[in-house]
Design a binder for this molecule. Structure first.
Ligand code: NZQ
Ligand code: ZN
Length: 385
């Protein structure tokens, strides 16, 4: 096992009605002015906005409204939010939404506390913000696990980079599976696939020897696969939705990553695809993963064969490589089975996208069995068209 330090700062509230209970319990310890941050309109349509605003006001808080956080949140939106926080003297940021709203708020929290440009601080000076406005998150769409960690993915439109940044940890997260019932079904499956991707990108990272983190990853992957299948025939199944929500949290709360060097090459590719096309995160991952794994599975045949056996229940083939390839084929078949796209065309991506520019601007990671070149990344993008 690799050397590690593990500390977990995010208090978890999970289950039906947990947000009201959590806010009642936690808000008395927070400052008076609360920014209620949300996305493009679903929160008001579902009636949750009025409920949450009411719970905050009942706790004696002055609520500052900050809506319109878009999927693939932009750095401009971060700046707009930080300005509101400063101007209104916000003491606490409550993010209510999926990964986009939660990520945007984690960086707003950091930017509001400094006059330095946090993108410049992170990317050019390689320093991390140290002060944050306290935050909490109500998860309304699960999959990213964004509520669990202090990483955030922000699109800098001018620079054409969708990149990871480090912001605030939430003081507490509220995960009520009932809130996911109104999420468009396709988005539910995109989110669940994102969770599988997080587990895979960790599992295929080093070390490859047997370790407890990989055993837990396999359990998370099997659970997500089984529960997606439940939802395909019974979309409102509460138990399946709660299992998916907790799997999403498990994949990003650090436990699967203990003692591992994570890879996240597929995420790096998808993020840059997002920077150029504003595509859906889970959909992009679904198209890219099988193509990427077909490229690297020979280099990591033993681990891919283990993935085939333990996640997909595949019988041993004549050679280890054949077993490994059967695991990648099972993943591709599953993506089709659950109705996710198998090509950029199916995703509606403009065929004239400059894929060379996307490939050349993709970060290359080295956590997995094979370090790719930009030329190989372009080959993979071309195979996905
Ligand atoms: O904006 P509204 O109108 O609220 O609609 C949203 C949005 O259109 C809708 N939605 C959310 N909750 C709903 C709902 N609609 C009805 N009922 C509800 N209860 O869902 C749509 C998608 O929301 P979004 O937050 O964009 O999706 P997701 O949770 O998949 O987040 C994607 C973002 O997270 C980043 C991705 O790159 C992407 O930017 N990620 C963040 C990670 C992290 N911080 O750890 C890890 C991930 O790998 C990922 O990169
Ligand atoms: Zn993801």
């Amino acid at each position: 096992m690799e050397k590690f330090t593990y500390q977990y700062p995010v208090k978890q509230y999970f289950g039906k009605g947990c947000a009201e209970e959590a806010l009642k319990k936690e808000m008395p310890d927070m400052g008076n002015v609360v920014m209620l941050a949300y996305g493009g309109g679903s929160l008001k349509r579902t009636g949750l906005y009025d409920k949450i605003r009411g719970w905050l006001e009942n706790a004696g808080k002055t609520v500052v409204d900050f809506g319109g956080i878009m999927p693939n949140p932009t750095y401009d939106k971060v700046q707009e939010g930080a300005e509101v926080v400063r101007k209104e003297g916000v003491d606490f940021i409550l993010a209510v939404g999926g990964g986009s709203v939660i990520d945007c708020c984690k960086i707003i929290s950091a930017q509001a506390k400094t006059d330095e440009d946090v993108w410049n601080m992170f990317y050019n000076e390689h320093r991390l913000p140290t002060e944050f406005v306290p935050c909490g998150a109500v998860v309304t769409a699960s999959g990213t696990g964004a509520e669990q960690n202090n990483g955030a993915v922000i699109t800098h439109e001018e620079k054409k980079i969708k990149g990871g940044m480090v912001g605030a940890h939430n003081d507490f997260a509220m995960l009520d599976p009932m809130y996911t019932m109104t999420v468009p079904f396709r988005q539910v499956i995109y989110g669940a696939f994102d969770t599988i991707s997080h587990a895979m990108e960790t599992y295929f990272g080093k070390p490859q020897e047997n370790n407890l983190s990989d055993d837990i990853s396999e359990a998370v992957m099997r659970s997500v696969i089984a529960n997606i299948r439940v939802l395909l025939t019974d979309p409102e199944n509460y138990n399946a939705r709660s299992e998916l929500m907790w799997s999403s949290a498990m994949a990003e709360n650090g436990i699967l990553k203990i003692g591992k060097v994570t890879d996240f090459q597929c995420h790096q590719m998808e993020h840059q695809l997002g920077a150029y096309t504003d595509c859906n995160h889970g959909a992009g991952l679904a198209v890219l993963h099988p193509a990427l794994y077909r490229h690297i599975c020979e280099a990591g045949a033993a681990k891919f064969a283990r993935f085939a056996r333990n996640v997909w229940g595949i019988e041993e083939k004549a050679t280890e490589l054949e077993t490994a390839q059967a695991g990648v084929a099972a993943l591709a078949d599953f993506i089709k089975e659950i109705g996710l796209p198998a090509s950029f065309t199916e995703m509606g991506i403009d065929p004239n996208t400059d894929f060379k520019a996307v490939a050349d601007s993709t970060n290359i990671t080295a956590g997995c069995c094979k370090k790719l070149t930009h030329e190989e990344i372009l080959e993979i993008f071309n195979e996905c068209r």
